[in-house]
Design a protein. Structure first.
Length: 428
C-alpha cells in the first residue's frame, strides 16, 4: 500500500510491527543485554557495520529502536536515536559536531538546566556556547565565527511562552553552512515540525509530553538527513575516516543516515547514555495518544491563560496562544495547531506572592517537570532556573515574579478554580 499515513495513524503504528517471534501486537519489552550471533562471520559483519543488527543493548535494543523509528517518523526525519534523558540527547547531538575550541551559538531562551549545561558543563569538553537573543538575527550572525559548529534553540521555549522564528533562523543557518538543532520538547511533533522549517537535528526530552504522564526519563535525537556533512570540512567525525572502524567514513558510507549511525556506533558505544527498554515501552505507549493529548493540553491552556489574563491579581501572562502575545503571529507559521501548554504568569504581589501561590495550590502539583497529564506548577527563578544570574533568568523568561505552569488534561474549570482559590490566598 502506497498511502502516506496521517499523524494519528503514525503515532500508533510507526516503528511497530507484530513481533516476528510471537506475533505480539504491542511492542514487547526486549529485556536483554545481548543477542546471540548466528556464527562468527555474522558477529564480525555486525562489528564492522557491514550488516545492521543487534549486538549489545548499550548500542541498540528492539524496543528502543521501535521508539526511535516512531519519533523520527513523526518528526519527518531520516533516522533517530534514543538516549537516557533530554540532557543526554543534547550532548549526543553536539558530540559528532564539536571538538575542543569549538562553539555552539544558542538562544538565551532555553530551559534553565540547558543554560547551565551549556554555560558550564560543556566547557569540561573544551566546547563553549555563545548566548544570543534569537529575535536579533544580526546578533545571531555576528556571534558565529570560524569555530562555530551548530546553532541551537527551542521551538516553544521553556518557560516563557516564546516561539522561535524557526524559518528565519533556519534560513540563516543554511546560509552560514551550519546545522540548526531544535529542542522540540515543549511543542512535540504534533504542534511543530522543525525539520519542515529547515532544522537539521531535532532533540527531545521524551520525559515530557511524548511519554505524557511523568513516568520515565528519556531523550531522542532525530536527523533530517539533509545536511551535507562533507561540504565544509568542519565535521570530520562524520566526513573523515573513523580510526575505530578501520577508516570508515560515515557520511560517504551511510549518506542521510550518517548522523544516526555515528550516534549509535560511536556516541552510544562510548558515551553510553543509553535508553532502557522499559522506558522506551512507556514512551511508545504514551505517543499512541500524543495528538489527542496535545489537542486537549492546548484547549485547556488557552482557556486558563485567557482567564488569568483578565484577573486583576495577575500582572501579565506570557502564553503565545493569547492574541495579546508578541509571538502570537508566529504560532500560525511555527506551530499552527497551538502554542503548547507551558507558560508563565506574573503576580502583582511579586516574588512573595509567587511562593504563596505555589504553596496554596491543591490540584496543581509543585514539581520540577512539565508535560504531564496533571497540571504542574513551579517558581522557575527559585528552582529550575536557580543556577542562572538574574539577567539570565529574565532573558530566559524566568523573572523572579513569575510562576510557570504546565497545564494538564483535567477539567479546565477545576484548574481555574484551583488557581482562583490559591490567588486569593497569595494576594491576601
Ligand atoms: N529540554 C527542555 C525544553 C526541558 O524542559 C528539559 C527538562 O525539563 C530538558 C530539555 C532536559 O530533559 P531531561 O530532564 O529529560 O534530561
Amino acid at each position: 500500500m502506497t498511502r502516506r499515513y496521517g499523524f494519528d495513524t503514525l503515532q500508533i503504528h510507526a516503528g511497530a510491527r507484530p513481533d516476528p517471534a510471537t506475533g505480539a501486537r504491542q511492542v514487547p519489552i526486549y529485556q536483554t543485554t545481548a543477542y546471540v550471533f548466528r556464527d562468527a562471520d555474522h558477529a564480525a559483519a555486525l562489528f564492522n557495520l557491514q550488516e545492521v543488527g543487534y549486538i549489545y543493548s548499550r548500542l541498540t535494543n528492539p524496543t528502543v529502536s521501535a521508539l526511535a523509528e516512531r519519533i523520527a517518523t513523526l518528526e519527518g526525519g531520516a533516522g533517530g536515536v534514543c538516549c537516557s534523558s533530554g540532557h543526554a540527547a543534547q550532548i549526543m547531538a553536539l558530540f559528532p559536531l564539536m571538538g575542543p575550541g569549538r562553539n555552539v551559538v544558542v538562544s538565551t531562551r532555553l530551559y534553565g538546566g540547558t543554560v547551565t549545561q551549556f554555560s558550564h558543563t560543556i566547557r569540561r569538553f573544551g566546547w563553549s556556547a555563545k548566548f544570543v537573543d534569537f529575535d536579533d538575527l544580526g546578533a545571531l550572525e555576528a556571534a558565529v565565527d570560524d569555530d562555530t559548529r551548530a546553532i541551537f534553540c527551542e521551538s516553544i521555549a521553556n518557560p516563557g511562552g516564546y516561539i522561535t522564528d524557526l524559518p528565519a533562523v533556519a534560513k540563516l543557518a543554511d546560509r552560514l553552512g551550519l546545522p540548526l538543532i531544535v529542542d522540540n520538547t515543549s511543542a512535540t511533533p504534533y504542534l511543530c515540525r522543525p525539520i519542515e522549517h529547515g532544522a537539521t537535528l531535532v532533540v527531545h526530552s521524551t520525559t515530557k509530553y511524548l511519554t505524557g504522564n511523568g513516568t520515565v526519563t528519556g531523550g531522542a535525537i532525530v536527523d533530517s538527513g539533509k545536511f551535507d556533512w562533507s561540504a565544509s570540512g568542519k565535521f570530520p567525525s562524520l566526513s573523515d575516516p573513523e580510526p575505530a572502524y578501520h577508516g570508515l567514513k560515515f557520511h560517504e558510507t551511510f549518506g542521510a543516515l550518517a548522523f544516526t549511525f555515528h550516534s549509535i556506533a560511536v556516541g552510544l558505544r562510548d558515551l553510553g547514555m543509553t535508553m532502557n527498554p522499559q522506558a522506551a515501552h512507556y514512551t511508545l505507549l504514551g505517543i499512541e495518544t500524543l495528538s489527542l493529548r496535545m489537542q486537549r493540553h492546548v484547549a485547556n491552556a488557552v482557556k486558563v491563560a485567557e482567564w488569568l489574563e483578565k484577573d486583576p491579581r495577575i500582572a501579565r501572562v506570557t502564553y503565545a496562544g493569547l492574541k495579546s502575545s508578541p509571538y502570537h503571529e508566529r504560532v500560525a507559521t511555527v506551530c499552527p495547531k497551538g502554542a503548547g501548554a507551558l507558560f508563565t504568569f506574573a503576580l502583582k504581589g511579586g516574588y512573595e506572592a509567587c511562593v504563596k501561590l505555589v504553596n496554596a495550590l491543591e490540584l496543581f502539583s509543585h514539581v520540577a517537570n512539565l508535560g504531564d497529564t496533571r497540571s504542574l506548577v513551579i517558581h522557575s527563578a527559585s528552582t529550575t532556573h536557580r543556577q542562572l544570574t538574574e539577567e539570565q533568568q529574565r532573558a530566559a523568561g524566568a523573572d523572579p515574579d513569575v510562576v510557570r505552569v504546565s497545564i494538564g488534561l483535567e477539567d479546565p474549570d477545576d484548574i481555574i478554580a484551583d488557581l482562583d482559590q490559591a490567588l486569593t490566598k497569595a494576594s491576601a
